[in-house]
Design a protein around this ligand. Structure first.
Ligand SMILES: Cc1ncc(C[n+]2csc(CCOP(=O)(O)OP(=O)(O)O)c2C)c(N)n1
Length: 205
């Protein structure tokens, strides 16, 4: 069956504008940012103690967000990741569909390429529909987003709608200036735990 052609028809959004809009007035939202450009986008929107940017662990962002959402049912959790990263961790959508955390949102910034390693085409360029995969895995809602005026409603859903939900946002495959988060993994872990747990972050188990 030929590809849907969606990738040719759809307008492509500016990733930094999308992420800035999604993270505006983020409040207590917990954010896991997938490695590479999504982590740079999250940092461009403002380095934040309640963002855990991944420097590796490709394929692990949704699994980490799922664990966090289950451990913190009173907090909203956003996984912000790339299509390549999500494709590598696609099995975690099935686990999220089984666990059904009401507070988990996954946003895939879909540039249809593996940007970090030389812009090789990813499967979504051939029409692979991650929103449909999420639906088939039992996500409460999922959508492909192609217009900037859909982003405000998505932001509201991230903060309040019943999850798990997934949005696949079609973005331009631009190489943008790097905006890097801190590099030290221990620092990132500790500042995230302290911002989330307060003094309990230091209690030894
Ligand atoms: C297991 C593993 N394989 C490959 C890589 C190399 N790698 C780092 S980022 C990346 C591409 C990420 O693509 P995507 O998630 O679509 O993000 P984009 O930069 O395109 O927005 C790859 C292949 C890696 N870090 N780890």
């Amino acid at each position: 069956m030929p590809a849907t052609g969606l990738s040719e028809r759809a307008p492509k959004l500016d990733r930094r504008s999308v992420v800035r809009a999604l993270l505006a007035d983020r409040g207590e939202l917990l954010v896991i940012a997938g490695l590479g450009a999504p982590a740079w986008d999250a940092t461009d929107a403002g380095d934040h103690a309640l963002t855990f940017p991944l420097w590796g662990a490709m394929g692990g962002a949704t699994a980490i967000g799922l664990g966090l959402a289950l451990a913190q049912p009173d907090r909203r959790v956003l996984v912000l990741t790339g299509d390549g990263e999500m494709l590598m961790g696609m099995g975690s959508l099935a686990t999220a569909g089984v666990q059904r955390p009401h507070n988990l949102a996954v946003v895939v910034l879909d540039n249809e390429h593996y940007g970090e390693t030389g812009m090789q085409s990813s499967h979504t360029a051939s029409g692979i529909d991650l929103a449909a995969v999420a639906r088939a895995c039992g996500f409460v809602s999922s959508a492909i987003i192609t217009k900037i005026d859909q982003v405000a409603a998505l932001r509201a859903d991230i903060h309040g709608a019943e999850g798990p939900l997934l949005a696949q946002i079609k973005i331009a495959a631009d190489k943008l200036p790097l905006v890097l988060p801190p590099r030290d993994g221990t620092h990132l872990k500790n500042r995230f735990r302290e911002a989330l747990l307060g003094p309990k972050a230091h209690v030894q188990r």
